[in-house]
Design a binder for this molecule. Sequence first.
Ligand SMILES: Cc1ncc(COP(=O)(O)O)c(C=O)c1O
Ligand SMILES: [Zn+2]
Length: 370
Amino acid sequence: MPVLLCSECGREYDPSLPRWKCECGGLLDLSFLNSLEPRLLKNRAFNMWRYREVLPIDRDENIVSFQEGFTPLLKVLFGTRKIFIKQDHLFPSGSYKDRGASVLVSKIKELGIHHVVEDSSGNAGAAAAAYCAHASIACDIYVPEKTSPGKLIQIQSYGAHLYKIPGTREDTAAAVLQAAENTFYASHSWNPYFFQGTKTFSYEVCEQLGWKAPDTVILPVGNGTLFLGAYIGFRELQKRGILDAIPKMVGVQSAACAPLFEGYRQKKDIPIAIKPERTAAEGIAIANPVRGKQILNAVRKTGGSIVAVREEEILTGLSQMYKSGFYIEPTSGAAVAGIKKYLETAEKDEVIVSVFTGHGLKSGGKVYHE
Ligand SMILES: Cc1ncc(COP(=O)(O)O)c(C=O)c1O
Ligand SMILES: [Zn+2]
């Protein structure tokens, strides 16, 4: 039976009750390990719900889905190196956040909740708004005032109520916490069900590589919803004996907002407080990642690292991808810059997987040139 487990005090909660944090204020994780038989997948549809046994929704009728996922894993040339890039900008709402939203909104439906609040730098809000619309659940989204207009229009188009909060991303997080006192908080960073969705990234990558793990995975990281989800997925696959080893996990931050990079660089197990500056990589501009300790733990346990990339490196990476025909948003440009940085010291025959996390159409209104 799945159980919600506090990462601070160890208290357990029944997941059939609505709860997004422990009474002690600690983060909850979902303790859950079902079996998965790769050979049974042969005749299933190619979407993330093909891994149904490991997705913790009790009844199929509660699944909220657009048959998303199983995005292409394309080889993309970086100089002379071929890197596998998961095309997660091709999700229905235009970012990988749909993985998490599909499972989290399914769980919200299963709990019988009809109204939620969520805060976001834009993409998680758009994903929550899309899936809530699909399930007829009312949804209020809090975003920083300066979020890309494309994301704001998208959120409103789905029928969500949009609250534009002046100030930093942290001011937005504070505003939603107030709203969460009365309405269920469908948080992508607090709620463990979101990570149960993003873990399908790893299941797909491994299946697409013939049930093998890559040597290294390079992911943009702010709150770590993809990074930690991927870690959960790889660990589950290892525990079930499907994988022998877990890949090295490398996180990419913007140097303008790099609390995890600083924590890693200073060999600490928690992020270091920083003063955030503006960055084109708005999706990873998170000064206080609530799961920062877990992210640094995943880095250490997998022998990975965190790299920081400068603004000009992000824009150069973005521009290079545009010129190869990939239309991605600037935050994904950070991943490109991170790959290039990692390749400076990579082993010759390392199998490396990275990701395009958001679609370029979301960041409309600006032209990014080298
Ligand atoms: C396009 C894009 N990439 C990467 C991320 C990073 O996600 P996280 O902050 O959960 O690490 C986000 C988050 O909003 C995003 O929008
Ligand atoms: Zn607790």
